[in-house]
Design a protein around this ligand. Structure first.
Ligand SMILES: CC(C)(COP(=O)(O)OP(=O)(O)OC[C@H]1O[C@@H](n2cnc3c(N)ncnc32)[C@H](O)[C@@H]1OP(=O)(O)O)[C@@H](O)C(=O)NCCC(=O)NCCS
Length: 142
């Protein structure tokens, strides 16, 4: 008999309550943030807006953004648990961020897509900066 999963709900992230679940997502994707929990906690606490996707108590997704709260928002991370991908959770998380910074008030919403995630962002209606004759620059540790 097929089992029914509990519904996934999107909530503002509460660092005290959700941090272990959130860092678990970074670990699951082998992102470097997971190796430095203290800095990751600071990063989340200083994000302008952060949301979790909860399946009952379990954190199955996380997204965060930084903004000047007037013109621009930068979406920093979107992560969905590997066993829960391609079920609409990433879209719902991203939409929660994009709705929080609506285009009728904000000038632009930007992000740097990880390799392999371009198609996901295109499905959300985002376009490469080159579409506007712009060039994005980055300085990073390789
Ligand atoms: C990228 C990620 C957040 C997508 O989350 P998800 O819950 O699997 O995505 P959704 O199920 O909401 O997909 C929404 C749409 O994007 C499509 N999509 C999802 N991942 C995709 C991918 N990697 N490439 C192309 N299309 C993708 C889905 O098919 C769906 O299309 P539809 O509108 O036709 O139904 C998730 O795969 C993830 O956590 N990846 C690892 C971390 C990462 O790279 N994050 C991005 C950082 S820039």
């Amino acid at each position: 008999m097929a089992t029914t999963r509990p519904p996934v709900t999107i909530r503002p992230a509460d660092v005290a309550e959700h941090f272990l679940g959130i860092i678990g997502l970074y670990q699951a994707h082998d992102w470097t943030h997971a190796g430095d929990p203290t800095r990751l906690r600071i990063a989340i606490e200083h994000s302008s807006f952060a949301v979790v996707a909860l399946e009952e108590e379990r954190v199955v997704g996380f997204a965060r953004a930084m903004s000047d709260e007037a013109f621009a928002v930068y979406i920093a991370d979107i992560l969905v648990s590997p066993d829960r991908q391609r079920q609409g959770i990433g879209r719902t998380l991203a939409q929660a961020i994009l709705d929080h910074y609506p285009m009728d008030r904000f000038h632009h919403q930007v992000l740097v897509a990880e390799r392999g995630a371009e198609g996901f962002y295109r499905r959300l209606g985002m376009v490469p900066v080159t579409s506007y004759g712009l060039t994005a620059f980055i300085r990073t540790r390789a």
